[in-house]
Design a protein around this ligand. Sequence first.
Ligand code: ADP
Length: 321
Amino acid sequence: MRIAILTSGGDAPGMNASIRSSVRVAKSLNWTVFGVRRGYRGLIYGELDEMGSRSVSNIIQRGGTILRASRCKEFETEEGLLQAKRTLEAYGIQGLIVIGGDGSFRGAVALSKVWEGQIVGVPGTIDNDLWGTDYTIGFDTAINTAVEAIDKIRDTAEAQERYFLVEVMGREAGFIALEAGLSGGAEEVMVPEIHTDLPEIHKRLMQGKQRGKTSSILIVAEGNQEGNAFEIANKLKTLCGSDYRVVVLGHIQRGGSPTARDRILATKLGAYAVDVLAEGKATVMVGEVKNELITTPLEQTWSMKKPLDPYLLRLNMVLET
Ligand code: ADP
């Protein structure tokens, strides 16, 4: 079989481990493997290089993606999709592995409408916002990076007796905020999935103060309905007069060497993507749910909304008191 692999959209730590695993498993089956540079852009412009087991040496520990990733507007047009199809046909590609998030999977479904080969998605995004897998590749590294930052901020918050608002990534989902907040012992976690009641938060913080708390760390997910961390800090200042220092963690959450957990997940899913191609399946995402490797139709990965763990949410409410 002749296959191609690409990474698309926002990069995530562990994408390299996934590429490595797919390449080596495919080579063990004597398949021909191509790496596509810069995601869908590379499909349009014919940027494909043949890969062997040695081309993925020494990358399991590296963040980012050796194939590079990009956002590509042209791919969202009929002509772009047809050009990508022509490239795939010119290289005789029968199977395509797309490592990315929901945007990349929307692109994969659009491509599947014009190209006859098999497409398998691998969930690579720090946001963890895909249905069909308990965790996405990159999420564990991202929350560990966020927790390391929160721990450092707590040192100064406590020393200076201050309130801090820390904004984390996650787009429309609160997975990073909830798990980083719980692990970092945050006083409040504001996620997009749940209405943020600022007067209520203010009340709880004041109660905490009465119980002897001299500093607090509030985590805000970037997609919060009340606005970004600066806007929330302003609203809280208007409400209660207290000053909140704002820290936006930003892109540091995307980088760095993947954790062991992300490397293992990426290794399993990269290998499973090849198995799934060998089985003849198409237009599905590979994922791990309750320790079992499964496939989910690509459309479902974004049309179904993965909920935040209600137990963790309840626990967070109790522990923050
Ligand atoms: P992520 O995969 O991280 O969610 P994006 O949302 O940026 O990333 O999407 C990555 C790329 O997928 C886009 O730049 C575009 O090339 C492609 N894409 C997204 N949606 C579509 C679509 N509806 N049709 C075709 N291509 C799409």
